[in-house]
Design a protein around this ligand. Structure first.
Ligand SMILES: [Zn+2]
Ligand SMILES: [Zn+2]
Length: 381
């Protein structure tokens, strides 16, 4: 999918001291082209990377619009799904398998963790690290400045979990493994995997919902019902393994009735929330069959979505929250795309790559639902 127009291929002979970046300075406004400083030296364990592909996620769009907001977070560089080529690596920089990382390697990376908090040391779950660093969770006006994807160069901190990428996984797939892929695979793990022949409802037909639809299908689900909008997205979902699509414009009661009709009055063994929204909890519980399992993934942000606890009890449902993913999920996502590269038209999810100057257009296009996953190649003009 990568455009092949006159990209610089040779790595710079001298380390760059600054990087061009598309910086979010004000919600809803065009990203501002800025030149950010880069660290003078690459610390032990760190790497300086030239970004070759950044894909945008719904979270980037929500952070841009202000629908999702973190305290004291601006200015920031959006983008937490990206891959790049190592320009320089610090002493002893290795990937998650202990392989030495050197200039010229193509890597992706996941969160950085502190190793000391309860999430790290007791729960041993990187996503629960109290000081988790993750792409956009870093201001652009404080060292190390450039850790987001919408920049020419990115500083990958010593604590960030890194992965040398297999050569046969294209940049776009490796990039979307960085959030969409790993988030879906973790959610499937959190419900104990998908039993062959089972029935799955996926709430949401964005990138995550469509990837989840595909994962459910490839995992052997007997029926995958994708609930979402607009119609074009549902058509895409059917190309990615949905056996039925339920449009949002049906209304809550009719959506529930439709799922029951499709499942012979039984409901779904698994329900995945990749949508969020005020009725998603009520619907998830209604869609679920007795002993069904629900993964809550899309309900980010402060808005609430009431859940009838009596139904959870009465059907003996299991509800699991699932938060993004860690380097293990990232590795599995890369391997998933590698293994099942020819099973789905994955590149249909990805838009034509644009340079940083057009990144704002891409964010706007995603917010209008005109693109499923925008692709930015900062090497393009
Ligand atoms: Zn920690
Ligand atoms: Zn994301």
């Amino acid at each position: 999918m990568a455009s092949k127009t006159a990209l610089p291929t040779a790595l710079p002979t001298e380390l760059p001291t600054t990087t061009g970046a598309a910086v979010l300075t004000e919600h809803g406004k065009p990203l501002e082209r800025q030149e950010l400083p880069l660290p003078k030296e690459v610390e032990p364990g760190a790497a300086l990377v030239r970004i070759t592909c950044a894909t945008l996620c719904g979270t980037d769009v929500h952070l841009w619009s202000g629908r999702m907001s973190l305290p004291d977070m601006l200015p920031m560089v959006l983008g937490h799904e990206m891959v790049g080529e190592v320009v320089a690596a610090g002493d002893g920089t290795v990937d998650t398998f202990g392989r030495a990382i050197a200039a010229g390697d193509r890597i992706g990376w996941s969160e950085s963790t502190c190793g000391e908090c309860r999430g790290c040391s007791v729960l041993r779950e990187p996503v629960l690290c109290a000081r988790r660093g993750y792409g956009f969770r870093q201001r652009a006006d404080r060292p190390p400045y450039a850790t987001g994807g919408l920049a020419e160069y990115c500083y990958v901190t010593p604590g960030a979990a890194k992965l040398i990428l297999p050569a046969d996984v294209p940049d776009g797939w490796a990039a979307m493994s960085g959030c969409a892929g790993k988030t879906v695979l973790r959610a499937v793990d959190r419900v104990g995997g998908i039993r062959p022949g089972s029935t799955v409802v996926v709430q949401g037909a964005g990138a995550l919902g469509i990837v989840a639809t595909a994962v459910a299908h490839i995992s052997g689900a007997g029926m995958v019902i994708t609930v979402g909008s607009p119609t074009g997205r549902l058509v895409t979902a059917t190309r990615f393994g949905a056996t039925a699509a339920v449009p949002l414009d049906l209304g809550v009661a009719d959506r529930i009735a439709r799922v029951y009709e499709l499942t012979g009055g039984r409901g779904a063994d698994y329900v995945f929330d990749f949508a969020g929204g005020p009725t998603v909890g009520e619907e998830a519980v209604a869609f679920a069959a007795q002993r069904g399992r629900i993964a809550v993934v899309g309900s980010t942000g402060p808005a609430t979505s009431p859940v009838p606890l009596g139904t959870i009890m009465g059907k003996e449902l299991t509800v699991a929250g699932s938060l993004n993913g860690d380097i293990a999920d990232y590795h599995r996502a890369v391997e998933f795309f590698r293994t099942f590269g020819d099973r789905m038209p994955w590149d249909e999810l990805l838009s034509e790559p644009v340079g940083l100057a057009r990144a704002t257009d891409s964010v706007r296009a995603m917010s209008r639902l005109d693109q499923i996953k925008a692709v930015v190649d900062p090497r393009l003009p």
